[in-house]
Design a binder for this molecule. Structure first.
Ligand SMILES: [Zn+2]
Ligand SMILES: [Zn+2]
Ligand SMILES: [Zn+2]
Length: 87
């Protein structure tokens, strides 16, 4: 999955995306987390944040947006625990 496919629902705010897999057994397991960059130069969390001198605390976003969950169905497999238990 490429990062470019993820739409950032926040303006000027980075956030953490939790990617979860829903397995055949219906268990939902955290796959990984990734930071989604808002690419704003007025966000202190962004890689595009301006390197110039500025009053960051007043001009820039200082916090991350709410963590978002993305659940990806994975109907061909059971989760690890169920797999080990023989399901
Ligand atoms: Zn940002
Ligand atoms: Zn700043
Ligand atoms: Zn399971």
């Amino acid at each position: 999955m490429s990062k470019a496919q993820i739409k950032n629902p926040f303006n000027n705010m980075c956030y953490v995306l939790r990617v979860l897999s829903q397995y055949r057994c219906q268990h939902i397991i955290l796959d990984h987390r990734q930071k989604v960059d808002c690419n704003s130069n007025t966000c202190s969390k962004s890689a595009s944040h301006v390197p110039r001198e500025h009053s960051c605390l007043t001009e820039c976003t200082q916090r991350m947006g709410n963590t978002q969950d993305l659940i990806r169905p994975n109907p061909n497999f059971s989760c690890n625990a169920c797999h080990l238990a023989g399901f």
